[in-house]
Design a protein around this ligand. Structure first.
Ligand code: BG6
Length: 489
């Protein structure tokens, strides 16, 4: 059951992803009930599903068969009688398709409806099923720790923690899932993966898009809540966690939670030493002029909302003491790119020179998007030279995965949910700890006006202060453009 079936997410991500699962034979017995406010008949709904698949994936042969599994119900989320008729309809569909009473509720809706819908699903009997029941919810999961707790309480009165699948679409990305394998399946990395050998880790997720028509939401969110609290923190946890004793959902999640528990709290006066906020001004991206954030629709002309954040995260445990994790994310930056750079410490004594420069440090670059792969930066002898060293790169590219065209992990996440595998969804404890961390930063930022806004030009890599954040520790951001993986065709 997809709540919000006429919305953007359903059209852009969910229908194409369901189609891909269908095409791969991963949906055998299934039916989808699209639920939304507006009145629509089944034929029109099926046509809209078809259109969304066509526009995402192009012409497909068995589309008619696929869309014949889709039904539509107009629905008022606040009205019990609406749920009662939905229940009857769902029971009927269950029987027709022999679904064994298994039911997934996907809330592709504005977050204020998550709690009320979950409560109605229970009180109006939709959760009384013979099989399994699962609730999938999109972000944002609350606005801060308090509101997240309240939302969780409402949801948990209808679903157990094991039945709640909180989506973080970064956990559907192929290379984010690969972090664990790269770390724990390679003898050459895991022994070095600690403060003895790693000097710092940098995670960049930059976007060229601006806020565009999402001004209303973004004004109350900002980059801190929109990207850092969830996607960036999840990547930190995967990079920093201890090896799980087994590859089970509970073991993996509990190792991630231990990372969150070890996060150093950054609060009060410390916030502006560890974190930098930015807001885009006018600029040029891809040869086109871009407006400043304050000129975007639904945005306050004096807005104090950050569209960029960079920060230094410290994990106070035995493995990571002393190693900064630098993160940065922002809108309207120079490139669309998500990359992780693990910078290893310099060797103790350097005997070689690279044309009068110091040796480059070893880097392990994990390319999350748009290209997917890993690159290891090493030093080797320059052919023909005396003992001059030069940097060489060993690259692996996930070719054939069609990275740019995949529905960004939704296909994998939907499939995981159907199989009952919650590993790549966020557990409540992870959500709570990361809100507690982020709340301390937003508290300071919301109570002090950023006089310098806008402080970076559209089409750049953010404000100068983000560079200074690393410079004062003796580092610099590895430029994302120079770290491209060589895609082997
Ligand atoms: C979403 C944010 O969660 O992630 C958006 O709300 C952002 O603001 C998007 O653009 C980025 O996702 P991706 O997959 O394009 O990096």
């Amino acid at each position: 059951m997809i709540f919000g079936a006429t919305g953007d997410l359903a059209k852009r991500k969910l229908f194409p992803s369901l189609y891909r699962l269908f095409e791969r034979g991963r949906l055998e017995k299934f039916a989808v009930i699209g639920v939304a406010r507006r009145t629509l008949d089944n034929d029109d709904f099926q046509q809209s599903v078809k259109d969304s698949v066509l526009s995402a994936l192009g012409e497909k042969g068995n589309l008619d068969e696929f869309v014949s599994h889709f039904y539509y119900q107009a629905h008022d989320v606040a009205d019990s009688s609406s749920y009662t008729s939905l229940r009857k309809f769902a029971n009927q569909i269950d029987e027709n398709y022999q679904l064994d009473g298994n039911r997934i509720f996907y809330l592709a809706m504005a977050p204020e409806f998550f709690g009320p819908i979950a409560l109605h699903l229970k009180s109006d009997g939709l959760t009384e099923v013979k099989g399994y029941k699962r609730l999938v919810i999109e972000k944002p999961f609350g606005h801060d720790l308090e509101s997240a707790k309240e939302l969780n309480k409402q949801i948990r009165s209808a679903f157990s923690e094991k039945e709640v699948y909180r989506i973080d679409h970064y956990l559907g990305k192929e290379m984010v899932r690969n972090i664990e394998v790269i770390r724990f399946a390679n003898a050459i990395f895991e022994p070095l993966w600690n403060n003895k050998y790693i000097s710092n880790i940098q995670i960049t997720s930059s976007e060229t898009l601006g806020v565009e028509e999402r001004g209303r939401y973004y004004e109350t969110s900002g980059a801190l809540r929109d990207m850092l609290q969830n996607h960036m923190m999840q990547m930190v946890a995967l990079l920093a966690m201890e090896p799980p004793i087994k590859l089970t959902t509970d073991e993996i999640r509990s190792e991630k939670v231990r990372v969150f528990r070890a996060l150093r709290t950054i609060e009060g006066d410390k916030v502006n030493d560890y974190f930098v906020r930015g807001q885009y001004g006018e600029g040029t991206i891809g040869g086109k002029k871009a407006p400043k954030y304050r000129d975007e629709p639904m945005v306050d002309k004096e807005s104090n909302t950050e569209t960029f954040v960079a920060g230094k995260i410290k994990i106070d445990n035995f493995r990571w003491a002393g190693v900064p994790f630098y993160i940065r994310t922002g809108k309207r930056m120079a490139a669309k790119s998500t990359k992780i750079v693990v910078q290893f410490k310099d060797i103790p004594m350097n005997l070689y020179y690279q044309t009068e420069k110091m040796l480059n440090p070893n880097l392990l670059v994990i390319h999350i998007q748009p290209e997917e792969g890993i690159t290891l930066h090493l030093n080797a002898k320059k052919a023909g030279g005396h003992l001059d060293a030069q940097e060489v790169k060993l690259s692996f590219a996930n070719t054939g995965s069609n990275a740019m065209n995949t529905p960004e992990g939704y296909e994998k996440l939907l499939y995981d949910c159907m199989r009952g595998d919650a590993t790549n969804f966020t557990h409540w404890d992870e959500v709570a700890y990361s809100w507690a961390f982020v709340d301390k930063i937003s508290e300071v930022w919301e109570n002090s006006k950023a006089d310098s806004f806008p402080n970076y030009q559209s089409g750049t890599m953010g404000p100068k202060a983000a560079d200074e954040l690393l410079e004062k520790d003796g580092y610099f951001w590895w430029p994302v453009g120079d770290l491209e993986v060589d895609i082997c065709k």
